[in-house]
Design a protein around this ligand. Structure first.
Ligand code: HEC
Ligand code: HEC
Ligand code: HEC
Ligand code: HEC
Ligand code: HEC
Length: 196
């Protein structure tokens, strides 16, 4: 049996069981869910560069939009660390040791995996070195991935479609959200480091 079908099956079964056991408890306690932060999406990139030529034709539209994988299957923010990071080849191989193994890109994926090499993905979004930036601050503050990276689940190729790395976008959202917004919030000249 294809492993991703088993995977989806477990997820559905797991969700069903969780609902059965948890629902009566929450119904009694009525704990209010944490307030969602209302955030205006970051402005579109007025002049988006073409999608970079990636080493493998990985598609968010397929894996997120069609298969329904969560962002956190592949992107985690290790503590300590500011980045969302890229998945280990093992995460891909959880499915692709069985799926589409006859396809040329999957054979190359398997080669990276067997050679224990990271896939050399071209970066899409990058802030200037020296700017203080952390994903954690923003995720903890309840800002959604799509507010800054747009509708990733519709993108066959990842592209820099928003202007989130520009100073104006940072400051616009900070102003709107009442977040700290002085120069030293994001710059600590002269020796600021954009640590990974
Ligand atoms: C199955 C694994 C997988 C899932 C699930 C996934 N991604 Fe990705 N993501 C990748 C890979 C691989 C790359 C690098 C290739 C590329 O840019 O398309 C990437 C790249 C990105 C980038 C560009 C990073 C950069 O600056 O180079 C963003 C932004 C991103 N993903 C956001 C998301 C969001 C948001 C979700 C959930 C809606 C998500 N991803 C779900 C694997 C995944
Ligand atoms: C407040 C805006 C914002 C939010 C929210 C946000 N990102 Fe990002 N993301 C950025 C910026 C800015 C960069 C470039 C960071 C850099 O240069 O390291 C980035 C870069 C990335 C990268 C490239 C690797 C890295 O960490 O630098 C990935 C992958 C990514 N984001 C995924 C996500 C996912 C998944 C979520 C939701 C869990 C998310 N982002 C939420 C702004 C955001
Ligand atoms: C939950 C299972 C799952 C995971 C995890 C997964 N994939 Fe896939 N992927 C699929 C399925 C299913 C297809 C569609 C296969 C087909 O068309 O026969 C696919 C298709 C692809 C294709 C297109 C193959 C082709 O030429 O048609 C590429 C490339 C790909 N995946 C790369 C990746 C990479 C890189 C990762 C890790 C970052 C990854 N996948 C993680 C299930 C997965
Ligand atoms: C979509 C909205 C949004 C965008 C875009 C955004 N931020 Fe933020 N930022 C926030 C929110 C909300 C907080 C948390 C404020 C709080 O906890 O009071 C925050 C907090 C921070 C903090 C911590 C401030 C402190 O002293 O506690 C830094 C540093 C920061 N952001 C840098 C950046 C940078 C650099 C960019 C652009 C690359 C950026 N942010 C883009 C919403 C945003
Ligand atoms: C909320 C975050 C944020 C705040 C607040 C902020 N900046 Fe920036 N700044 C950035 C980002 C992000 C960049 C990189 C923009 C790019 O790559 O296009 C940047 C770039 C710059 C640059 C050019 C590049 C460099 O690092 O030399 C200067 C100069 C600058 N900022 C000055 C300021 C001054 C002065 C203030 C206070 C009035 C300020 N910034 C406040 C986020 C911020």
């Amino acid at each position: 049996m294809l492993r991703w079908i088993a995977f989806t099956g477990f997820a559905v079964l797991g969700a069903g069981m969780a609902m059965v056991t948890v629902a009566p408890v929450t119904a009694q306690q009525e704990a209010p869910p944490p307030a969602e932060r209302v955030v205006e999406p970051v402005q579109a990139n007025p002049n988006p560069p073409p999608a970079p030529n990636q080493p493998l034709p990985y598609s968010h539209q397929w894996h997120v939009g069609e298969l329904g994988l969560d962002c956190t299957t592949c992107h985690v923010n290790p503590d300590p660390g500011n980045m969302m990071t890229f998945p280990a080849t093992q995460t891909c191989m959880d499915c692709h040791s069985d799926i589409a193994i006859e396809k040329e890109p999957i054979q190359r994926l398997t080669q990276y995996h067997e050679a224990q090499e990271q896939i050399p993905w071209e970066r899409v979004y990058q802030v200037l070195p020296g700017v203080t930036w952390s994903h954690r601050t923003h995720i903890d503050a309840g800002v959604d991935c799509t507010s800054c990276h747009s509708a990733v689940s519709e993108m066959p190729q990842m592209q820099e479609v928003t202007a989130v790395t520009s100073m104006a976008s940072c400051m616009n959202c900070h102003e709107q959200q009442g977040a700290p917004n002085t120069c030293v919030t994001c710059h600590s000249w002269p020796n600021a480091g954009n640590t990974p």
